[in-house]
Ligand binder design. Sequence first.
Ligand code: ATP
Length: 506
Amino acid sequence: MAEPEVMQKIVSLAKRRGFVFQSSEIYGGLRSAYDYGPLGVELKRNIVAEWWRAMVYEREDIVGLDAAIIMHPKVWEASGHLAGFSDPLVDCRNCKERFRADKAPKVAAGTEVSYQEGGKKGGKTLKGVAERGYVCPNCGGGDLSDERRFNLMFRSSIGPVDTIEEIAKYVETHRDLEGGALREALDGVIRQSAVYLRPETAQAMFVQFLNVQESLGMKVPFGIAQTGRSFRNEITVEHFVFRSCEFDQMEMEFFCEPGSQAEWLKYWCEQRLAWYQRFANHPERLRLRQHHPDELAHYADDCYDVEYEYPWGWDELEGIASRTDYDLNKHAEHSGKKLSYFDPQKPNPETGKPGLRYVPYVIEPAAGATRTLLMLLLDAYHEEAVPDAKGEDATRVVLKLHPRLAPYKAAVLPLVKKDGLPEIGHDIVKKFLQAGLFVSYDEQHAIGRRYRRHDEAGTPYCLTVDGQTKQDQTVTIRYRDDMRQERIPIERAVDVVREKLQRGDR
Ligand code: ATP
């Protein structure tokens, strides 16, 4: 399927089945903001829960953190986000598209390019030269504005400060200033009361390094994990929830001894790739890609991306960076607090005696929960031809989500709405809910339609209550992926589903 077609199908299924809605849709929507509906919120929570299970609950060396979204503004000064967290922004003079230079299609500098006037189909063909080594992603033209840096952090102010009034007062008393100098001065005025919505969850783990290490007596190597919402005023929002201004992250900072970072980077790359592959139907669409030296952030000594083969090609799913001791050093420098670790056993090479203090190095696997959700929808989407109830060709759409990630673990379906079958169905639902398994009771429409509905919702098992149920207290369990059915006793239903979830049975 071509890219637009697949994406349209995913967007439409996401809306139809209550996974993802456009934010504020009745008001025309807000650019790149999305709401996760009843099934989307379950899928997202399950993704985060599986990440937390793998990163925190199944290990002894990683602990969690839930930090404030608005942090001291000095955090962003120290981390470099205030000065450097910006994208190179370019305007196309031909079609007026505004885009990120680093994401634009690359062509050798000096190549002749042709494009339609105004970027319109059927427009006059124009010729030009791609002087910068890239062209406009919309029209392919090379007539581009200069690159401007645009800071991606959302700014607000804290306390009873009226920023407009502060600015007005300043302008009043500095009438001689204009242009760049005025802009810079006003920026200084705003910064006095400015706070920022965090553009990543990572910094809190550096800032709280000592509190976490000391309060729990953690020994290096150890990690701090955090999940939560981050905000970036992205210039280019694209591919549905792939890049949005508000998104959920799952990040972990792993503190290790200097010199051991290459080994730990390799370890975490393997762990993280395997984590995605465990839940994927198409593990071959996942890979690790090492950054070229010219792609590396200045503080990183190595970096890999876990990439997925999206409908538009291979692109980032998670970044795993070896960040050296840069962040702890920067926060130590800006806060005046010593952010180091003392190992009482390790011999000090200078004295030869046990006891060495050092600043740990950091490996950071940084994943996006909302980007993972999109990847999983794409990976799970499946169409197949099956005859409908009348024996005619029909398309069955199945969301082959891993059972542990699926929003509903099962659907309970009474064959008819009478003869006591709904009561038996409700009883079964109650047992599942009491056992902590989220299931759906569904009696609307013919059974075939209900199966299709739950196939699309990714429900791995349907439990059907029928005439035989009243005679022998059994129900059929129907499997989403291959539609096979078997009978199981009602009293075992919860255990059967729980065991299947544990094993990931399809
Ligand atoms: P990109 O190159 O795609 O802009 P990045 O390298 O800036 O991403 P990181 O800062 O490493 O991303 O963030 C870690 C992860 O957070 C990404 O791999 C992605 O899964 C997620 N993420 C980052 N920005 C966004 C966004 N705007 N929308 C959704 N997810 C995002």
